[in-house]
Write a protein that binds this ligand. Structure first.
Ligand SMILES: [Zn+2]
Length: 172
């Protein structure tokens, strides 16, 4: 397969909601069959036997499909990704990063999106088994559950800047 056809394509639902990511090969087939239209394109074209198709970067389905958005799994790595690997107490991005329970486990703080934040080792040690207030620390922003659309940014890591406007809808 041509490397161009392996490029990642963002698939939008008919109402422009981000739906999934697929390979350009599949997106081109959908476009040729009239099942999707090209919304944004890479600066290349794909030649097939019968036609030349601009290489899609973002396509939009011609028919709305009902697909429940999968939730982002609560994992250590996803908490760090949500917080852009930035310590939520001091703002540093110098790793290694840890996940910190805002309300400590000793005070019945649970493993939830709203109780876990990215913290540098220094802040995590300084905070210990205390709440941010008790430790004299404050959070950059309240931790929240990521919107399902952010799965796409987490897993496809936005290979093309042209995707950004379509994914902003789902940012925190
Ligand atoms: Zn820190």
């Amino acid at each position: 397969m041509s490397p161009l056809l392996q490029k990642k394509v963002l698939v939008l639902n008919q109402n422009y909601e981000p739906l999934s990511v697929c390979r350009a090969q599949r997106a081109v087939v959908m476009v040729v069959l009239g099942k999707a239209e090209i919304v944004e394109r890479y600066d290349s074209e794909v030649h097939s036997v019968s036609c030349v198709v601009p290489l899609p970067s973002v396509v939009r389905l011609s028919v709305y499909i009902h697909a429940p958005q999968k939730r982002v799994a609560l994992t250590r790595r996803n908490v760090l990704r949500r917080d852009s690997y930035r310590c939520q107490y001091c703002g540093t991005r110098r790793g290694p990063m840890t996940t910190d329970h805002v309300v400590p486990r000793s005070a019945r703080g649970r493993d939830t999106w709203t109780n876990l934040v990215c913290a540098c080792v220094r802040c995590n040690n300084r905070k210990g088994n205390r709440t941010p207030e008790q430790a004299g620390l404050s959070l950059a922003r309240p931790p929240r559950r990521p919107h399902p659309f952010t799965r796409i940014t987490y897993f496809a890591s936005v290979p093309d800047q042209r995707w950004r406007p379509y994914l902003l809808v789902g940012r925190f």
